[in-house]
Design a protein around this ligand. Structure first.
Ligand SMILES: [Zn+2]
Length: 317
């Protein structure tokens, strides 16, 4: 490639360790990131509020999720799917053209790069020069050229630029969460939104199946409903009837009604996308993705409670 002979860029890794999934406080003029841990999810489902370290107001996981998806924030959305990120400090001057080799800069080798973002206002705009032909892959190359295109509209106060690289360990794609990761990638790229919804729906359906399988593996007597589900799997029946029953048996809270409503909408969008070419409404899909994230966390926690992976004492009411 043309950029192979360009001088290597000078990098400094700002954050040496990849971070886990994060969300950002939705409160006005805050936006403080917080890790979305198992405890955070449990607190959300049980109605316990934690306080934001930035503004001392209540953290609302649902509002944070809505913010992340409605604004298509890569670091939040892709992080929820399982992507990690590295932030590099890049030293460039207007007019420079350099070779970027992320693997040489510390990016693990067995990963797919799913997003790159650059901070601007350095007197130039970064233009990527990539090998255009990547058959069968939507992922970004780890080795590419970068041109600092002089930008007279911006002042050149500091030549340093931050580059945030989101990447996914390849093994994630073969795990249950891989489908949702792919769905999030399509959602962030905005292409095509219907296909993103189809994948997100499949991810939720897969999680329901896993949770139900776990339930029956516990030796619980199977009723007419389970036979019906085994015969012909029905997401609506499973979500609206079967899962609440299982949750109740384990003393766990049911999925909030508005989440169930959004999952039903996702099911409709999925069916529409499978049969028509009409692009679904973005803000509706954003909400459905936020709801799918909640549902996936809920199924996972329920599965962990059933399998004894986490000790859970149902709250007395
Ligand atoms: Zn806050």
């Amino acid at each position: 490639m043309i950029f192979d002979t360009w001088p290597s860029v000078r990098f400094v890794v700002e954050q040496p360790s990849p971070t886990g999934p994060i969300l950002a406080c939705h409160q006005e003029s805050c936006g403080r990131p917080y890790p979305i841990t198992l405890k955070m999810w449990m607190d959300y489902f049980l109605g316990n509020r934690q306080l934001c370290e930035g503004c001392s107001r209540s953290i609302d996981v649902w509002q944070s999720l809505k913010f992340a998806f409605q604004n298509q924030v890569p670091v939040l959305v892709l992080g929820l799917g399982g992507a990690a990120n590295l932030t590099f400090n890049v030293e460039l001057n207007p007019g420079d053209q350099v070779l970027v080799d992320l693997t040489a800069a510390g990016l693990p080798s067995d990963v797919s790069v799913v997003s790159r973002q650059y901070s601007t206002a350095n007197g130039y705009r970064p233009i990527e020069v990539t090998d255009l032909h990547h058959p069968g892959s939507r992922h970004l190359p780890a080795r590419y050229g970068l041109i600092a295109l002089a930008d007279i509209e911006q002042s050149a106060e500091a030549p340093d630029m931050l580059m945030q690289v989101m990447f996914v360990p390849t093994e994630i794609y073969s795990q249950p969460g891989g489908l949702f990761m792919l769905a999030c990638e399509l959602f962030i790229a905005n292409e095509p939104l219907g296909q993103a919804a189809v994948l997100a729906h499949s991810a939720v359906e897969g999680a329901i199946r896993e949770a139900i399988k776990e339930y029956f593996a516990r030796g619980v007597a199977s009723g007419a409903l389970s036979e019906k589900l085994a015969e012909r799997f029905d997401v609506k029946l499973a979500t609206q009837v079967m899962m609440p029953t299982i949750a109740e048996n384990f003393g766990f809270r049911q999925l909030p009604q508005h989440i169930l409503g959004e999952l039903e909408e996702l099911r409709k969008v999925r069916n529409d996308a499978a049969h028509t070419s009409t692009a679904p409404n973005f803000s509706a899909v954003a909400l459905e993705f936020a709801a799918a994230t909640v549902a996936l966390a809920w199924f996972e926690i329920l599965r962990m409670i059933m399998s004894g992976a986490i000790s859970y004492i149902p709250p007395t009411s």
